[in-house]
Design a protein around this ligand. Structure first.
Ligand SMILES: C[S@@+](CC[C@H](N)C(=O)[O-])C[C@H]1O[C@@H](n2cnc3c(N)ncnc32)[C@H](O)[C@@H]1O
Length: 392
């Protein structure tokens, strides 16, 4: 992990956008004295026209700041497509994707489902950023031009009840969250204030709501005995699941992200939390370095997701590490088929992609797949090798 001072310099035009966003956040802080990290993250990532996911830079892929599984390998999309086909055979209806990145996952799924005769009625994408929408449209026009008319972009959740599949790849890790610190039995909220002109952490006694939330998820042993324990709580997960549940009728949601069941998340040894920033493929932990130019993210507490699922009218249909899910949905068949059509260099690339998608030291174990259903209680083939829902 790099120190934030070792990061490459952004271009002058990028810095100008970041400085404008800095000024905007400074004004918000000046009005209140200090703000929650959730408010800081909301502005840094989503402020219209200036936030990381709203403004111009490339973000995903080798030219951007980080690579997601659909960017890494088309085989990821093919495995997801197989799981979608099985669900759609039982539900009919459509596919709905939250925040579709470059559009590669949508393109791969549509291309595969066309080949196997299982196309959904439509493919809807909820995307807040006009720039990302345009990028997705270009990707789909390039890879599946004849299917572009099936794709609809939405700026809010659909009103019509959804039968079919919901996809959320690396969405929950991007929801604004609260940061906290515990020191010898006391709980503090890590808020953001200004020291001179710079953003800085401010530890303020946590309000009763946050204290209650922290006591619910972190063991008493850690709270009372740690000299200092820093972590975060994703307060956006429950409202997000509630909203998703409202739109589902006969549907299955596949939620894919990096994270852990709670016992592993709030582990005594993870005493610095999981907050990470990404800038041009460099990972660091300073969220104040380049607001608007770097991604800010944290791992997902999947037990938190499961608890939100419980309070809605939803069922957990499976939970496993990404490697097991992809192997169960035909990753190796895909690799074999694709390998037979390419040269040695292509085969080496496919081998590399399999390694990154499945090795425990890469994405294989840190990424999890959680399937959540409404009106659907059939077994999903993605969990036939392993279903770890008891770990939640
Ligand atoms: C790390 S990117 C993942 C993009 C893509 N799914 C992929 O895997 O390549 C996170 C995305 O989540 C989107 N996002 C965050 N909150 C969202 C929400 N409530 N609804 C839809 N998209 C959301 C962001 O705008 C961003 O595009």
């Amino acid at each position: 992990m790099l120190h934030a001072n070792e990061l490459p310099e952004p271009s002058e035009s990028a810095l100008a956008v970041s400085n404008e966003l800095r000024d905007y956040i400074r004004r918000a802080i000046a009005t209140h004295g200090h703000i929650g990290f959730d408010d800081y993250m909301q502005m840094a990532l989503y402020k219209t026209g200036l936030g990381y996911y709203q403004a111009g830079a490339v973000k995903l892929g080798t030219e951007g700041d980080f690579i997601t599984a659909p960017e890494l390998s088309p085989m990821f999309g093919s495995c997801i497509a197989r799981q979608c086909r099985e669900i759609l055979e039982n539900t009919g209806g459509r596919i709905f994707e939250f925040g579709a990145g470059s559009g590669l996952l949508a393109a791969q799924i549509l291309a595969d489902l066309e080949k196997t005769g299982g196309l959904p009625e439509s493919y809807e994408i909820l995307e807040f950023s006009p720039l990302m929408r345009e990028r997705q449209r270009q990707t789909l026009a390039q890879y599946v031009p004849t299917l572009l008319n099936r794709v609809k972009w939405l700026s809010q959740l659909p009103q019509a009840p959804l039968d079919g599949v919901i996809l959320a790849n690396e969405i929950l890790d991007a929801l604004p969250l609260k940061c906290f610190k515990t020191i010898a039995g006391k709980i503090y909220e890590r808020r953001v204030h200004l020291v001179g002109n710079e953003f800085s952490w401010l530890d303020a006694p946590a309000d009763p709501l946050l204290s209650k939330q922290v006591r619910r998820v972190v063991s008493r042993n850690i709270i009372n005995h740690s000299s200092e324990y820093v972590s975060e709580i994703n307060i956006g997960v429950q409202p997000w699941i509630i909203d998703m549940s409202r739109m589902m009728r006969d549907a299955v949601a596949l939620i894919i992200d990096y994270g852990y069941p709670r016992q592993e998340y709030y582990h005594p040894q993870r005493s610095n939390g999981t907050l990470q920033c990404y800038f041009r493929h460099r990972k660091h932990t300073d969220p104040f370095r380049y607001p608007g130019l770097q991604d800010i993210t944290a791992s997902v507490d999947f037990t938190n997701v499961a608890e939100a699922v419980d309070i809605c009218d939803l069922q957990i249909l499976g939970f496993s590490e990404q490697a097991n899910f992809l192997l169960a949905t035909g990753l190796l068949d895909e690799a074999e088929q694709r390998s037979s059509t390419v040269n040695d260099v292509g085969r080496l690339r496919i081998a590399h992609e399999i390694k990154v998608l499945t090795l425990p030291t890469e994405m294989g174990a840190s990424f999890k797949v959680l399937a959540v259903g409404k009106g659907y209680n059939l077994a999903l083939s993605g969990f036939k090798l392993r279903d770890d829902r008891r770990r939640l």
